[in-house]
Design a protein around this ligand. Structure first.
Ligand code: APR
Length: 255
C-alpha cells in the first residue's frame, strides 16, 4: 500500500511526463536489481573479498587478469540467466510513447534494456557482451556465450579484456557527447536506480536540472542526487514505475 505522499509523487511524475515532449533517462544497477543482478554498493562494495575497484580497473587487470576474468565470467553467466523486470519494460513502453524524443542513458553493462525492447540506448560503461583485444584492439560481440578463463583474440592471439569502461578510464566520447546532448535538450530527466556517486555519469543529473529539465528520481532510497530531484519516488523501481505508466495512460485517456 502506498502512502499518500508516495502516491502523490507517482501522480506528479506521470503529470510531468504527460506534459513533456522530450524525455531522457539515466539508469544504474538498481534498475536491474529486481531481475537478480547484484548492485555494486549494496553489500559493502566487495566481490568475493575483492574491492570492486580492484577487479574493475586497468591496474587490477594488469596485476591479475585471471581474477578479473573470473569476476566478469561470473557476471556474464549470471546475466545469461536473468530477464528484464517491470522497470525495464516501463522504460521500453515510455520510448514507444515518445518516438524520436527519448534517450536512455545507462551505466549498466547487462543489456537488459535492449532485451526489454529499448532501442535508443547509450551504454556509457560498455557491455558485458563484448570483448576488446588488448593487442590489436578488435572489439567483438561474444553474446553471453561462455568464454575461456583467459580468453584470447581469434585474430592475433592477444589477451582479451571485457569491453567495459573501468575505473580511471575515459568514457566512449561519441556516446558521452550524445548523452550530454540528450540531457540538455530534454524536458524530463528520469534517474533510476543509481547511487549517483560515479562520475562523469552522475554529473548528468545536475546538468539536466541546470538546463531546465524536471528531474524525477526513482530509487530504493534517497541518494546524493535527491536534492537535485524535483520529484522522488522511493521504493523498488519495478513496482513504482508501472504505477507511473498506469497514471500516465489515464491522463492521456489511453486504454
Ligand atoms: N529499485 C530502485 N533502486 C534500487 C533498487 C530497486 N529495486 N535496488 C537498489 N537500488 C538502488 C540503490 O539504492 C543504489 O542507489 O540502486 C543504486 C545502485 O547503486 P550502485 O550499486 O552504486 O550502482 P550504480 O549507481 O549503477 O554504479 C555506477 O559504478 O561500479 C561502477 O561502473 C560501475 O556503472 C557502475 C557505476
Amino acid at each position: 500500500m502506498e502512502t499518500a505522499e508516495s502516491q502523490r509523487n507517482i501522480d506528479l511524475a506521470a503529470e510531468v511526463l504527460a506534459n513533456a515532449s522530450t524525455v531522457a533517462v539515466l539508469t544504474g544497477a538498481g534498475v536491474s536489481a529486481e531481475s537478480g543482478v547484484p548492485t555494486f554498493r549494496a553489500s559493502d562494495g566487495l566481490w568475493e573479498g575483492h574491492r570492486i575497484e580492484d577487479v574493475a580497473s586497468p591496474e587490477g587487470f594488469g596485476r591479475n587478469p585471471g581474477l578479473v576474468w573470473q569476476f566478469y565470467n561470473a557476471r556474464r553467466a549470471n546475466v545469461a540467466k536473468v530477464k528484464p523486470n517491470p522497470a525495464h519494460t516501463f522504460l521500453a513502453q515510455l520510448e514507444d510513447l515518445f518516438p524520436k524524443a527519448f534517450t536512455l542513458v545507462t551505466q549498466n553493462v547487462d543489456g537488459l534494456h535492449q532485451l526489454a525492447g529499448s532501442r535508443n540506448v547509450l551504454e556509457l560503461h560498455g557491455s558485458l557482451r563484448r570483448t576488446r583485444c588488448t593487442v590489436c584492439e578488435e572489439v567483438r560481440d561474444q553474446f553471453l556465450d561462455p568464454l575461456a578463463e583467459m580468453p584470447t583474440c581469434v585474430l592475433c592471439e592477444g589477451l582479451l579484456r571485457p569491453d567495459i569502461v573501468w575505473f580511471g578510464e575515459i568514457l566512449p566520447q561519441e556516446i558521452w557527447l550524445d548523452a550530454v546532448e540528450a540531457t540538455i535538450s530534454c524536458e524530463v530527466f528520469l534517474v533510476v536506480g543509481t547511487s549517483a556517486v560515479v562520475h562523469p555519469a552522475a554529473g548528468l543529473i545536475e546538468l539536466a536540472q541546470t538546463a531546465g529539465a524536471k528531474v524525477v528520481e526513482a530509487n530504493l532510497t534517497p541518494t546524493v542526487a535527491s536534492d537535485v530531484a524535483d520529484i522522488g519516488l522511493y521504493g523498488p523501481s519495478g513496482q513504482l514505475l508501472p504505477q507511473v505508466m498506469k497514471r500516465f495512460r489515464e491522463l492521456k485517456g489511453m486504454a
